[in-house]
Design a protein around this ligand. Structure first.
Ligand code: CA
Length: 226
């Protein structure tokens, strides 16, 4: 489970991240509204913790863009006490919950778990699809027709990102950043290595899906017609 924290008060964001990591969540911190919005729109997160007052773009604007793009990632707004009316505003704009600063980490974790559980219950399926390929995120299996093989770790992360963004070219740098956190030449090589692992699995499953390399940019899923 990956959680995006959009919060400009770095010490708070860092404390939240540490707490969530201890609970085995993957986290990413963004400290301004513009980058936060870009990241939120990638639609790879299971939940977003969204501050209201942010540099460059505020939390409500980000929430609006998300919902306009039909991205239903659950959002918990982090509001300051002086912004009580923001709570209502946030809920009307499609936030799932709000929490007032200052808060106890224990309370935050409890809210996060409630929201994620609700989300899992609503989603009767955790399956991403493209062409004949299905990725079951609940059981960590790749399936083509009646054949299935397990997939996990970085390969799972990679395939998940490719499938979520199936209609676009995915930047190699963005992939390395999402999967390994930092970007360096070594990480780019890692991306290539993991893409080759995935290609082998697709071949093994006799899938029509190919991972096409777009030179100088990144990768894209394609369906091969026989
Ligand atoms: Ca703030």
């Amino acid at each position: 489970m990956k959680i995006l924290i959009i919060e400009d008060e770095y010490s708070l964001a860092d404390a939240i991240a540490t707490t969530l990591q201890r609970e085995k969540f993957g986290v990413n911190i963004i400290t301004n509204g513009e980058d936060g919005e870009y990241e939120a729109l990638t639609n790879i997160y299971d939940l977003i913790l969204l501050d209201v007052m942010l540099p460059k773009k505020d939390g409500f604007e980000i929430l609006n863009s998300l919902r306009k793009e039909k991205i239903n990632t659950p959002v918990i707004m982090l509001t300051a006490k002086s912004e009580i009316s923001d709570k209502l505003n946030g809920l009307e704009n499609g936030a799932d919950d709000y929490i007032t600063k200052p808060f106890h980490m224990r309370e935050l974790v409890a809210r996060v778990k409630v929201i994620l559980k609700r989300k899992t219950n609503i989603e009767d399926t955790n399956i991403l699809e493209y062409s004949d390929l299905k990725l079951d995120l609940a059981t960590c299996k790749m399936k083509v027709n009646d054949n299935e093989i397990p997939i996990n770790g970085k390969e799972l992360d990679l395939l998940e990102i490719l499938l979520v963004n199936k209609n676009q070219i995915i930047d190699r740098e963005m992939l390395a950043n999402k999967i390994w956190g930092i970007t360096s030449e070594a990480e780019y090589n890692n991306v290539e290595v993991y893409v080759s692992f995935l290609r082998k699995k697709l071949k093994l499953l006799k899938s029509k899906v190919k991972i096409k390399a777009v030179r100088g940019i990144g990768y894209k899923l394609e369906e091969e017609n026989d």
